[in-house]
Design a protein around this ligand. Structure first.
Ligand SMILES: NC(=O)c1ccc[n+]([C@@H]2O[C@H](COP(=O)([O-])OP(=O)(O)OC[C@H]3O[C@@H](n4cnc5c(N)ncnc54)[C@H](O)[C@@H]3O)[C@@H](O)[C@H]2O)c1
Length: 190
């Protein structure tokens, strides 16, 4: 019998949780797995006893290591798309302003800021962006150039202070494409 889920829609979704050998990250990973997600938990530690028996896959890696993200992305490529990334890994370093060492400052930024960006960059696939773009393709540089030329021309002499997105409907659709695609799939199939 399928266990009851408190958070529908997570079944079989691939989710990566960083900083998940313990603390909040481990709690998030275990809950997501219990709700049916396929969870890959990462942290610095070689092993994560807190995740034992939870069904979570554990991988040791440093979020500030771009190569490690590349390796994880390569490993996941070809499988189901990654549907979620929880950038939970984080560190703090407390010191009086005058005593902050540059190495400590750099490490906090590398983990808390760069690490999150690297994860998004490695895992968040172009496909997710296109899911939200009604015209279902990325824009061409020439298409942006056309708008720039128009705005600078006499044809736009009375246009001022306007923001004109050249984004295939991404901004104006406000996520409606994903919803309508899902409704269509539910009614007529993918
Ligand atoms: N607990 C709180 O009150 C609180 C408040 C505000 C923010 N946060 C943030 O929420 C997150 C989770 O909090 P927590 O209390 O569970 O913290 P925690 O310190 O127990 O857990 C953070 C985890 O991140 C891991 N980590 C650190 N650097 C890493 C790196 N370079 N690569 C991979 N993993 C790394 C650590 O090993 C640790 O397991 C942290 O980012 C923390 O800064 C927590």
């Amino acid at each position: 019998m399928t266990p009851s889920r408190r958070h529908p829609g997570l079944t079989d979704r691939v989710v990566v949780v960083t900083g998940a050998a313990g603390g909040q990250g481990a709690a998030e990973a275990v809950l997501l797995a219990r709700e049916g997600a396929r969870v890959i938990a990462t942290d610095l530690a070689v092993e994560a006893p807190a995740l034992a028996g939870s069904g979570v896959t554990y991988r040791s890696m440093d979020v500030a290591d771009e190569g490690a993200w590349g390796a994880l992305a390569a490993e996941l490529a070809g499988g189901p798309p990654v549907r979620g990334l929880v950038n939970n890994a984080g560190i703090t370093h407390r010191a009086r302003l005058g005593a902050v060492a540059r190495t400590d400052w750099d490490r906090v930024l590398a983990v808390n800021v760069t690490g999150a960006m690297l994860g998004i960059q490695a895992l968040a696939m172009r496909a997710a962006q296109l899911d939200l773009t009604p015209l279902e393709r990325t824009g061409e540089a020439e298409e942006v150039a056309e708008m720039v030329a128009f705005l600078l021309s006499d044809a736009a002499a009375y246009v001022t202070g306007a923001e004109i997105p050249v984004d295939g409907g991404f901004a104006s659709s406000a996520g409606a494409k994903v919803l309508s695609d899902r409704l269509r799939d539910d009614v007529v199939g993918p």
